[in-house]
Design a protein around this ligand. Structure first.
Ligand SMILES: NC(=O)c1ccc[n+]([C@@H]2O[C@H](COP(=O)([O-])OP(=O)(O)OC[C@H]3O[C@@H](n4cnc5c(N)ncnc54)[C@H](O)[C@@H]3O)[C@@H](O)[C@H]2O)c1
Length: 288
């Protein structure tokens, strides 16, 4: 006789970074729908999107808090974790989702035209005879690595202090199919940051297992969000991407990322740790 563990997160508290929109928002909503109380944070709160996510979670009958938190800043992250622990007395789940693709990110809709122009110039330079090493921009490199990779250490260190006290926890890092890039685009700081996340996920999984804390990563690809708009609004690029989406032939919404996160924080994956799982309709395999 087998049993199927429940997927309910009732009584659990989740923290999701970069949650005003996109993958972070849908993940926060999925965790709330599964019964968790959810703390959402983002660098950008002025537009009211984060407040709207908080309201949506509360409308589901869950507790919710929203924080303006820059994940690069240890003081701000510590403050968010302290206030969460004071309000709820526990943190069971951490989703390290905040990230940027270009150094001037977060990618705001109103900057789209300017970004397109910049991207064309960038592409012209990219295909020039110069090697990427000679085009190395220290400031851009640092900004992307700080936001996407170093931030995961900053947030995990702060939250794991609380999880360790309770001897339980599940952490999910948001990597990317670009973490599996080889050679050609290996010079991209984004790919490097995401490959680093995979390595960090494995290291943290080993380190935190003694405290009954699991650490896994999802590797999304082809998800329609503001970050992907630079690609998805260029018909040729969208067509190329969709021709490689093996399941369904279309780019996908952020919600399935939330579903994979839910699996990875629920008891269904009780013995899964240190894994990096793609949610990309097969795009990573198809791009070879
Ligand atoms: N969309 C895709 O296809 C795709 C593919 C692979 C990985 N990802 C990853 O998914 C995650 C979410 O991206 P998305 O696609 O939803 O894009 P998005 O731009 O809609 O969401 C990213 C969020 O992170 C926030 N953020 C950026 N810098 C921050 C900082 N310093 N502190 C706190 N918050 C910050 C942004 O304000 C934004 O709300 C990112 O880590 C991204 O790299 C996305």
């Amino acid at each position: 006789m087998v049993t199927v563990p429940g997927i309910s997160l009732e009584g659990q508290v989740a923290v999701v970074t970069g949650a005003r929109r996109g993958i972070g928002k849908d993940t926060a909503l999925v965790l709330a729908a599964a019964g968790a109380d959810v703390v959402v944070s983002d660098l950008v709160t002025e537009k009211g999107e984060l407040d709207a996510v908080v309201a949506e979670i509360k409308a589901m009958g869950r507790k919710a808090l929203g924080f303006k938190t820059d994940v690069r800043d240890r003081t701000q992250v510590d403050e968010m974790v302290k206030k969460t622990a004071e309000a709820f007395g526990r943190i069971d789940i951490l989703v390290n989702n905040a990230g940027i693709g270009l150094p001037e990110g977060p990618h705001e809709p109103e900057k789209f035209e300017a970004r397109q122009k910049e991207m064309q110039e960038h592409m012209a330079e990219w295909t020039s005879a110069k090697s990427w090493v000679s085009r190395f921009n220290e400031e851009n490199f640092e900004k992307i690595l700080n936001t996407n990779l170093r931030s995961i250490m900053v947030c995990t260190r702060a939250v794991s202090d609380v999880m360790i006290k309770n001897n339980r926890g599940a952490i999910v890092n948001v990597s990317s199919i670009q973490s599996f890039d080889r050679g050609g685009s290996a010079g991209s700081p984004y790919s490097i940051s995401k490959r680093g996340i995979n390595m960090l996920t494995e290291s943290l999984a080993v380190d935190l297992a003694r405290h009954n804390i699991r650490v896994n990563a999802i590797a999304p690809g082809g998800i329609v969000t503001e970050m992907m708009r630079d690609f998805t609004e260029r018909p040729q690029m969208r067509q190329m991407l969709e021709s490689r989406m093996l399941l369904g032939g279309k780019l996908i919404s952020p919600e399935p990322c939330g579903h994979l996160v839910l699996f990875l924080v629920s008891d269904l994956s009780k013995y899964v740790t240190g894994q990096i799982i793609c949610v990309d309709a097969g795009l990573n395999l198809a791009r070879g």
